[in-house]
Structures are given as structure tokens and as C-alpha cells.
Write a new protein. Structure first.
Length: 116
């Protein structure tokens, strides 16, 4: 069973940057499109960014131009570079398969807090 471990969250001031990482166990990582998601307090989990197995990316409108998703298949890892952070980006961030596919078990996520 695939296990997902997210890291890299923290407290940052508005306008700052963070880089999140997510490592997946299992040998099927490289053939899967992956996504980053986030869940703010009191809200439903939402899609943030996705990347195909070949590296093509797509983003939610709210993060387009500020966030960049990438992957390293040799390391079974996806990344989310977050720049120009805003207080509304505060959430727990998760990775999983891209939104059009059945999810793997969710990891614990990593908390990002953006202060104003």
C-alpha cells in the first residue's frame, strides 16, 4: 500500500516562500499523475496543483503564477514551490494522485501558516 509523507510546512510572513515535499512509498509512483491539495480550517479539501507522469502541470486559479509543482521520479517525490504567499494560503497541504483518479490513503499533511 502506498504511503505518502508530506513535509516542509511552517510559519511564514505574507509575501514569503516555502517549498513543500511529498515522498511516496511503492514502485508505481512514476506512472501516476500527482496532485497537491489543501484544507483550510472549517473548509473542504481543495485541489491546488497537478502534474502528469510526463511533467505537465496545471493549477487552481487561486495559485496560478505563484505556485510551481515539480516531480523527481527517481526519488518518488513531488514538490510544491510556493511564492508570494498570502494569509488565505494558510492550510494543511496534502499530496495524492491527481484528482481524476482514485486516491491513495491520505498522509498527515504539512501545515502552512501565513501571517499578515
Amino acid at each position: 500500500q502506498v504511503q505518502l509523507v508530506e513535509s516542509g510546512g511552517g510559519l511564514v510572513q505574507a509575501g514569503g516562500s516555502l517549498r513543500l515535499s511529498c515522498t511516496a512509498s511503492g514502485s508505481t509512483f512514476s506512472i501516476n499523475a500527482m496532485g497537491w491539495y489543501r484544507q483550510a480550517p472549517g473548509k473542504q479539501r481543495e485541489f491546488v496543483a497537478g502534474i502528469s507522469k510526463g511533467g505537465a502541470t496545471n493549477y487552481a486559479d487561486s495559485v496560478k503564477g505563484r505556485f510551481t509543482m515539480s516531480r523527481d521520479n527517481a526519488k518518488n517525490t513531488v514538490y510544491l514551490q510556493m511564492n508570494s504567499l498570502k494569509p488565505e494560503d494558510t492550510a494543511v497541504y496534502y499530496c495524492n494522485r491527481e484528482r481524476f483518479y482514485v486516491s491513495w490513503p491520505w498522509g498527515k499533511g504539512t501545515l502552512v501558516t501565513v501571517s499578515s
